[in-house]
Design a binder for this molecule. Structure first.
Ligand SMILES: [Zn+2]
Ligand SMILES: [Zn+2]
Length: 344
């Protein structure tokens, strides 16, 4: 049986650096390699190690794993986008890691970004949002090639299809440059497609529903691979990035899965003890106040926070303020006076 925890599989701690993880992986991959290890369970172990490494090597997947216990917490499927993998990230960290090239061929299409506004309740319980946006898709007629159907793009004569030309700088120095004739695409079109005039793209207004899991926080985003625009002349699709803006609540503040709030309790209950009704996102609920409770005391209401998709639930933390009576009638003054005398 493989160890459940990915960190344990690699024998590293949760705070290890990417470098530590890489080293641990290399060591274990050698140790369990079937050529070296005749043990029957070694193959299975190697599989487990590979699976763990695949997640922990990628900072984004690793952070999802740390937060949600799984790397693909966001297995979002948007109809019409086909097999899409979305991943949750916070801030701008998640914007890196795509758009790299280093191969000949048409560059990827535009990555599209949009902001989705959520109410506090929608972010708390999860919801489904309809979004509409414009993007480029592959031209239907030429299937994105940009060449008239029946014809083929021809290999670029300048670079021989490499997309790059090497220019000598004199001596032993030379520099690889993007081919000026095909602009790095490696091919050119003799007879352009009549529908898209050679771009390989057509416009689409996309409307779709996006499932929003419970527990999205303000400033978080989902990246949907391939959800953006198609590249020119058959270039791959860019991504779609959805950023969330969550409206604050009047009473509640959310941090992760927990809810924080403050409530006033009467002086008499703080002194004598009793029950107080407190609002939660799940409806009103009671807390037991012990006799002699002081202002600033925190109460934990278990399970009244966010219930996440992977079955974890947060709590509500309530800080109580003691309400000191300000306006008193004659009788109340009398009683409090007596109360004071008893304690003197
Ligand atoms: Zn076309
Ligand atoms: Zn070329």
């Amino acid at each position: 049986m493989a160890e459940d925890d990915f960190y344990k599989r690699l024998g590293v701690s949760r705070s290890s650096t990417q470098d530590d993880i890489k080293k641990a992986y290399r060591r274990l991959a050698k140790e369990y390699h079937p050529d070296r290890n005749p043990d029957a369970s070694a193959g299975e172990k190697l599989k487990g190690v590979n699976e763990a490494y695949d997640v922990l090597r990628d900072p984004e997947k690793r952070s999802n794993y740390d937060r949600y216990g799984t790397a693909d917490f966001q297995g979002i499927n948007m109809d019409g986008f086909g097999d899409i993998f979305g991943s949750i990230f916070r801030g701008f960290g998640g914007f890196g890691g795509f758009g790299q090239r280093g191969r000949a061929g048409p560059p990827p299409g535009q990555t599209l970004r949009m902001t989705i506004n959520l109410t506090f309740e929608e972010a708390f319980f999860g919801t489904e949002k309809e979004i509409a946006f414009r993007r480029k898709i592959k031209c239907d007629y030429c299937k994105g090639s940009g060449a008239k159907p029946g014809t083929q793009p021809i290999r670029c004569k300048t670079c021989g299809g490499q997309g790059q030309v090497v220019r000598s700088m004199g001596g032993f120095m030379s520099v690889a440059q993007t081919c000026p004739t095909c602009r790095g695409q490696g091919e050119s079109i003799d007879t352009p497609c009549s529908d898209c005039r050679g771009s390989g793209q057509q416009n689409e207004r996309k409307e779709t529903k996006v499932p929003i899991p419970p527990g999205i926080e303000d400033g978080q985003g989902i990246r949907i691979q391939g959800g953006g625009s198609a590249g020119q002349r058959g270039g791959p699709y860019g991504d779609l990035i959805l950023m969330f803006s969550v409206k604050p609540h009047k009473e509640f503040v959310r941090r992760g899965l927990h809810i924080y709030m403050e409530t006033d309790i009467p002086f008499s209950i703080a002194t004598l003890g009793g029950q107080v009704e407190v609002p939660t996102m799940w409806g009103n609920s009671k807390i037991k106040v012990k006799r002699g409770t002081e202002g600033g005391t925190m109460f934990r209401m278990k399970g009244k926070g966010v219930h996440s998709q992977d079955n974890r639930s947060g709590d509500q933390l309530v800080r109580v303020n003691i309400k000191i009576p300000r306006k008193l009638n004659k009788q109340q003054k009398e009683y409090l006076g007596k109360f004071g005398n008893v304690f003197d």
